[in-house]
Write a protein that binds this ligand. Structure first.
Ligand SMILES: Cc1ncc(COP(=O)(O)O)c(C=O)c1O
Length: 461
């Protein structure tokens, strides 16, 4: 008897049986199957289009199936697709050189690059460097910060949710408040929120009884402060510059290194190669991943100051993973760096970002449920609230996410879907990371889609 199930239903039924639920697929009530992609769009098995405003958590920053990056990988595939990472290949060296030069040009610092596979693994390498150089295991990290889910990365990620089932984390970071203007209890100005977030940190170093430093030796327990210059998973929160400047002063005064996690915000997401460039502070270690290969291949890495990563300090065998510095990844990464160097992303991302932010501001004027919109380059946020514009509204945010995924929003171009991502402390923030190549027409379409979605989900006319 012929099966009554469609090919898609058969696959979904199989997934239900054979795939672990341990990843994030089943956050969604009805996980979605996609068949192809192009530029800013994903297509489902019925070839319905979905405008993607999150681009794989900012990994596909140059758009899906970017011709140059794809071509670089195809050429590598035909020449030297595989090579154990104990041997060298040209693309690895040239990519490391471009990254090292990018930091030297901006900060005048000499350093080296170590590649790895995923973001969390690069975080682990950064933590190793800090432990080796400072001899300290404890880290300062931020409430709302996210650095990955390996054991070491979980220890500096603020959510207890990710640690709860996995025993004791003796090296769990000290989580300090991030300056979050929209929800600052003492006021939404940069000054009020800076003072609020700094206070517990300043207090930590006022006397010995806070338990983290010795005023006689000047030594503190903390090896490094791990920051995302713009919080990613935390809800695309942009801190006031003065906060980070003071944070750096405090860290330098106490011998605490600055580890800059650029995994989500690096590679021009915010309009500069590294997001930290907006804030006039200097990193000791930079961690990167995601958009390095335009999401084509898992490749991540760290850059560190020579003093921390010199051959004497971080000798052969200090880290290793079979697929680190794999040639398909380094070929993609090298092409991505060339594209950034040849383009004018510093200008175009800022221009597109302010255009997109204005579209969000227009929606905010019309929907009281939008409590806050903000953005830096093409990292933008929209915080969904109750009609008071403040109380977090997770149910509305979930509804918007699900409705977008259904693919049936009625636009002037016919029915379409919308790919969104939810982040934020209260899971009520829509975090936008559109392609850096998004066109103005596509941004107008995003505005139309969000308007339809908001009308549908809020019931407002
Ligand atoms: C800022 C930041 N750090 C680390 C990670 C972990 O990277 P990965 O998921 O590649 O392990 C992520 C992933 O979302 C991230 O956004």
């Amino acid at each position: 008897m012929p099966s009554l199930l469609s090919a898609e239903e058969t696959l979904l039924a199989l997934e239900h049986e054979v795939c672990s639920y341990g990843d994030t697929v089943h956050y969604a009530a009805n996980p979605k199957l996609f068949s192809r992609c192009e530029g800013s769009f994903l297509y489902d098995s019925h070839d319905h289009a979905y405008l993607d405003l999150q681009m794989w958590y900012s990994a596909v920053s140059l758009g899906y199936r970017h011709p140059r990056v794809n071509q670089a990988v195809k050429a590598q595939l035909d020449r030297l697709p595989q090579l154990a990472c104990q041997y060298l290949h040209r693309e690895k060296i040239e990519l490391a050189d471009r990254i090292a030069k990018s930091v030297e040009q901006r900060y005048g610092l000499k350093g080296r690059v170590q590649f790895n596979v995923g973001g969390s693994q690069a975080v682990e390498d950064a933590l190793k460097l800090v432990r080796k150089f400072t001899g300290r295991q404890r880290m300062l990290a931020f409430q709302g910060g996210y650095h990955g889910r390996t054991l070491g990365a979980s220890a500096i990620t603020s959510s207890y949710r990710y640690r709860e089932a996995f025993g004791t984390f003796a090296d769990r970071a000290e989580f300090i408040p991030f300056p979050y203007r929209f929800r600052c209890p003492t006021g939404q100005t940069a000054e009020a929120c800076t003072a609020y977030a700094l206070e517990p940190l300043e207090r930590m170093f006022q006397h010995e009884y806070t338990g983290v430093w010795n005023p006689k030796t000047g030594k503190t327990e903390f090896g490094a402060c791990v920051i995302e210059a713009v919080q990613g998973t935390g809800g695309y929160i942009i801190p006031p510059k003065q906060y980070l400047i003071r944070l750096e002063e405090l860290c330098r005064a106490h011998g605490i290194l600055i580890v800059d996690d650029e995994i989500q915000m690096g590679f021009y997401r915010t309009g500069t190669l590294w997001a930290i460039e907006h804030f006039d502070i200097r990193p000791d270690i930079i961690i990167f991943g995601k958009a390095l290969t335009n999401g084509l291949n898992p490749l991540s890495g760290i850059w560190a100051r020579e003093e921390l990563i010199s051959p004497e300090q971080f000798g052969p065998g200090s880290t290793h993973s079979t697929f680190s510095a794999n040639p398909l990844g380094t070929a993609a990464g090298l092409e991505v760096m060339k594209i950034f160097e040849e383009g004018d992303y510093g200008t175009t991302v800022q221009q597109k970002g302010s255009y997109f932010l204005n579209l969000l501001k227009d929606l905010k004027r019309r929907y009281p449920e939008i409590g806050d919109v903000d953005g830096l380059g093409l990292a933008l946020r929209m915080e969904m609230c109750a009609a008071d514009g403040l109380t977090p509204n997770r149910a509305l945010t979930d509804r918007m996410f699900q409705r977008g995924l259904e693919g049936q929003l009625q636009t002037s171009q016919g029915p379409m879907g919308l790919i969104l991502d939810i982040g934020g402390y209260y899971k009520n923030t829509i975090t936008f990371a559109p392609s850096l190549e998004i066109s103005y027409a596509e941004m107008n379409l995003a505005h139309e889609l969000l308007d339809v979605l908001l009308r549908d989900c809020t019931g407002r006319r």
